[in-house]
Ligand binder design. Structure first.
Ligand code: FAD
Length: 338
């Protein structure tokens, strides 16, 4: 476990967690230094007023867990530009959470990306998850020739230089935006060459990424091997493990489709099939599996765990409870309390 004690500065993120605050903002690099291991949550922009209300109820239940940060996804093909922005700003203004928007290359000119970054800078946002992005589901032959950036590495480079071009509102941190990028422990479908894949990932880090957040996976051995391959390639930024508990059989099918290539271990499939379609049993098995993954990752010095919450709080809260973690600040504790 990372023995880094919370510094005097850690209070910026920690001590005010019960009230919203506009002033709390932390560069992602500092979050890793000050928190030791991190727990973060991912949300997606809701489509209706009812689902937005439900999301904020769930967020209210997650706030006491004191995640190091939360993130908000960006729709395929750039389709949620306004709703992602609005949700990010609402979380920033109405909760004490450090919020990191996702941003994709796909579907954007340079001027649009500039405007989006400008909007986030003036809203006091410190960190961005820079992604290549997927084409809209209904447009598999999407024409990328109008996109300013082809690969996430180019977007990272642009975001990194943004502070030099940007004469308007100050970005909260003099270093500019903190930048996270995506990693794929089981490979990415467009790059079957697993050696090239790590070279491309390294290019994102060399362009200025501060950390890597992975695609979901169900067998930690895939993550550990990925982490070792990154190390061999000279990638030294924190690598955060993406975890999504299976909570239903239909959810499993959706995951298999969305996270194309993710391997579902036979042992997990057998355990789910023993539930014989009983929803509560399936949920318990899925959450137990994810909890065991988290426990093992923490024991093996993972830099952080990113929970794909699907806008719900229950599974994440149950995992915290089973890990014996009351808030994410407990992750800094190295030894059992006497
Ligand atoms: P890139 O790094 O650009 O890579 C895309 C593909 O191109 C990979 O196969 C890579 O190996 C290859 N490649 C990279 N550089 C080169 C090069 N120089 N030459 C040739 N090939 C190259 N999608 C969304 O639309 N919205 C989201 O909010 C979102 N959030 C995500 C969050 C996480 C944590 C993860 C893991 C994924 C997320 N995705 C999201 C999905 C992601 O955008 C897609 O999987 C996308 O196809 C890959 O994104 P990337 O950032 O890795 O892209």
């Amino acid at each position: 476990m990372n023995p880094t004690p919370p510094s005097a500065n850690a209070g910026r993120g920690a001590s005010h967690h019960n009230q919203p605050s506009e002033s709390i903002t932390m560069h992602i690099a500092d979050i890793f230094t000050e928190r030791g291991q991190t727990f973060s949550f991912e949300f997606f922009p809701p489509k209706t007023a009812d689902s937005a209300a439900s999301l904020f109820d769930n967020i209210a239940e997650l706030v006491p867990l004191k995640p190091s940060h939360v993130s908000v996804t960006y729709g395929a093909g750039g389709g949620t530009r306004k709703v992602t922005h609005d949700l990010v700003v609402r979380i920033k203004q109405q909760t004490p959470l450090e919020v990191m928007p996702h941003l994709t290359c796909i579907g954007h000119t340079e001027a649009e990306i500039y405007d989006i970054l400008e909007g986030y800078a003036s809203a006091g946002i410190s960190n961005i998850l820079a992604l290549g992005g997927d084409p809209p589901r209904n447009a598999p032959n999407y024409d990328r020739s109008l996109d300013a950036f082809r690969y996430a590495s180019e977007l990272v480079q642009y975001i990194r230089k943004f502070k030099d071009r940007h004469a308007g509102t100050a970005i909260p941190d003099p270093r500019g935006f903190g930048i996270a990028v995506a990693g794929f422990p089981e490979g990415h479908p467009s790059t079957p060459n697993r050696v090239k894949e790590i070279e491309y990932l390294k290019a994102k880090v060399d362009a200025g990424a501060d950390c890597i957040i992975t695609q979901l996976f169900f067998d930690n051995r895939d993550f550990y091997d990925f982490r070792e391959r990154c190390e061999l390639a000279g990638i030294s930024v924190p690598i955060v493990a993406g975890i999504m508990p299976v909570t239903s059989s239909s959810g499993l099918m959706r995951m298999a489709d969305l996270a194309a290539g993710a391997r579902f271990p036979a042992s997990l499939l057998r355990a789910i099939s023993r539930c014989n379609g009983r929803a509560d049993a399936t949920r318990r098995v899925g959450i137990h599996w994810a909890t065991e993954q988290c426990r093992d990752l923490l024991d093996n010095d993972v830099a952080g765990i990113h929970f794909y919450t699907l806008n719900k709080s229950t599974a994440t809260r149950e995992i915290y409870a089973s890990l014996g973690v009351e808030t994410s600040l407990d992750l800094a504790a190295d030894m059992p309390a006497s």
